[in-house]
Design a protein around this ligand. Structure first.
Ligand SMILES: Cc1cc2nc3c(=O)[nH]c(=O)nc-3n(C[C@H](O)[C@H](O)[C@H](O)COP(=O)(O)OP(=O)(O)OC[C@H]3O[C@@H](n4cnc5c(N)ncnc54)[C@H](O)[C@@H]3O)c2cc1C
Length: 481
């Protein structure tokens, strides 16, 4: 089939999927107000692939001669990493958004499993065939894949097998000739308007007793037995003028409920394998951390841009104190940028020869970015002042009775009230609205909680090199053995 168009993507979502919003069944996600804006944003991304100015950036040529999304290109050269950067930034520039789930990151665990084919083959050759099958399908059918890692988890002090309800982590109920039956639930952003989910184990200790829970597979999002239970939209009443981000980029999160879903063997990446669950958790974000950093760069850029616009409009920009605050935002933006470029420049080769971003740098960047985002939001909030949460809405501005008051009291010099309201609303969406709060939670918990990210960084960092220096300074010899 090759690369899809936006309309083909919309059509593909009318596939009998079972989606609920506010407890009511959604007949067509492409027309429902909670989903339509993001469906349109993703459709635009699909359409971009067909445009001459974007085609080289967004696609690559398969051996068959067909073009495929660059997100599904195996990273074989350093240029492939730079290509992902160019594509991600082009997409985010074009849709003008703060968007996180559009396929950039969710493809990458497939590369991890592809890289580990020799190991998978030792467990079961069918696993290797599944990985190859799905990589080819994603390339050939231009699928939008989401990521189902996080289970509801129940009692955090207990292992999956110890929970009072065995379904609190997704598990294998039975193995049959035609596949496996899985039951449980996973959180998934964007699932209601995507094609397939890569379901895999969450963080945890993958002991042998958790065998039934150690499962990874790829599941079409219209599978029989699958329910999409969606959270309420962030946007309740306001319009694009008042809510410039949540009106267009509310990426609805879903609790995916699997009620004995049949997964054919050609879609099972592994089944009842705690060792592989442990491996995938350690290597899951080999490329994903870079993808997270790229999306964070677009957000950091928007924080700087909004702060500069605000300060220009209210004429505080000449103040050294204001410039200093904005400089803090610039440091954050440039630090994220530097982590991306450095992780590409110091790239590493995997066991099978794929090219991955420097792991220590990418993981350090991911943790730094996650831990400091809320501080940057605070800097912008401080610059925006209370005005960003006090402003009347667009209808008030347009009303002949109230509009003139807004035009008088929000104008600053030659900057009209309308321009100021637009920028203040953007600042509110980045700092104070439910969209802002949701994004901050995402920035902190994307991929995994910071404590788990710290453990992954600890494992990837070359501690021996650092200790060698410390040993030399205090005259300690090399450790024995
Ligand atoms: C906006 C948003 C979108 C998301 N989208 C997706 C998605 O598409 N796919 C997906 O798979 N996941 C998604 N997630 C889930 C995300 O990966 C999880 O929120 C994250 O992994 C943390 O899990 P949790 O929310 O269950 O928190 P918890 O597991 O409850 O953890 C909360 C805190 O408690 C700590 N903690 C937990 N257990 C223990 C313990 N036993 N001892 C000590 N400390 C502990 C954690 O380190 C963390 O700091 C999304 C999250 C958000 C906020």
């Amino acid at each position: 089939m090759g690369i899809r168009s936006g309309d083909e993507y919309r059509d593909s979502l009318r596939d009998g999927r079972r989606v609920w919003m506010h407890g009511e069944r959604v007949e067509d996600v492409t027309k429902h107000p909670a989903f339509q804006p993001m469906v349109d944003a993703i459709a635009r991304m699909y359409d971009m692939q067909h445009e001459a100015r974007y085609q080289e950036v967004m696609t690559f040529q398969l051996p068959s001669g067909e073009r495929a999304s660059r997100f599904y290109k195996l990273p074989e050269t350093p240029e492939d990493l730079a290509g992902i950067r160019a594509m991600t930034l082009a997409l985010l520039d074009e849709v003008g958004g703060v968007v996180d789930r559009f396929g950039s990151e969710t493809a990458t665990p497939l590369f991890v499993m592809y890289d580990r084919r020799p190991l998978l083959a030792k467990y079961d050759p069918r696993y290797v065939r599944s990985v190859e099958h799905w990589l080819q399908r994603c390339q050939a059918e231009d699928l939008f894949m989401t990521s189902g890692n996080t289970d509801p988890k129940g009692d955090r002090s207990k292992q999956p097998f110890e929970q009072d309800d065995p379904d609190l982590y997704l598990r294998v109920v039975s193995e049959r000739d035609d596949g496996i039956l899985i039951r449980g639930a996973k959180y998934e952003t964007g699932a209601a308007y995507a094609h397939v989910a890569f379901v895999k184990p969450t963080v945890g200790q993958w002991r042998p007793e958790n065998r039934d829970y150690a499962v990874a597979c790829i599941v079409p999002l219209n599978s029989p037995g699958l329910k999409h239970i969606c959270r309420a939209p962030l946007l309740q009443t306001a319009q694009a003028f008042d809510r410039p981000l949540s009106s267009r980029f509310d990426e609805i999160d879903t609790l995916m409920v699997f009620e004995d879903v049949l997964v054919p063997w050609d879609s099972v990446i592994f089944c009842r394998q705690p060792e592989l669950a442990s491996l995938i958790r350690h290597e899951l974000h080999r490329w994903g951390a870079h993808a997270y950093l790229l999306r964070s760069l677009a957000k950091a850029d928007l924080l700087v841009g909004t702060a500069c616009l605000l300060a220009e409009q209210n004429r505080s920009i000449a103040s050294p104190a204001v410039k200093e605050q904005i400089a803090h935002l610039m440091v954050y933006r440039e630090a994220v940028h530097a982590f991306i470029l450095a992780s590409e420049a110091a790239y590493e080769r995997t066991e099978s020869g794929l090219v991955m971003p420097n792991q220590s740098i990418a993981y350090a960047g991911r943790l730094y970015t996650a831990l400091h985002y809320h501080e940057m939001v605070h800097v912008l909030r401080n610059l925006a002042g209370g005005s960003a949460v006090l402003i009347p809405d667009e209808r008030t501005l347009r009303s002949p009775e109230t509009g003139p008051c807004l035009e008088k009291y929000y104008r600053v010099g030659a900057t009209p009230a309308e321009d100021r309201l637009r920028v203040l609303n953007l600042a509110a969406e980045l700092t104070s609205t439910s969209f802002a709060g949701h994004k901050q939670a995402y920035q902190l918990f994307a991929e995994s909680p910071p404590a788990n990210q710290a453990m992954i960084l600890y494992g990837a960092y070359d501690r021996e090199a650092s200790m060698r220096r410390a040993r030399r300074i205090v005259g300690l010899g090399e450790p024995a053995g």
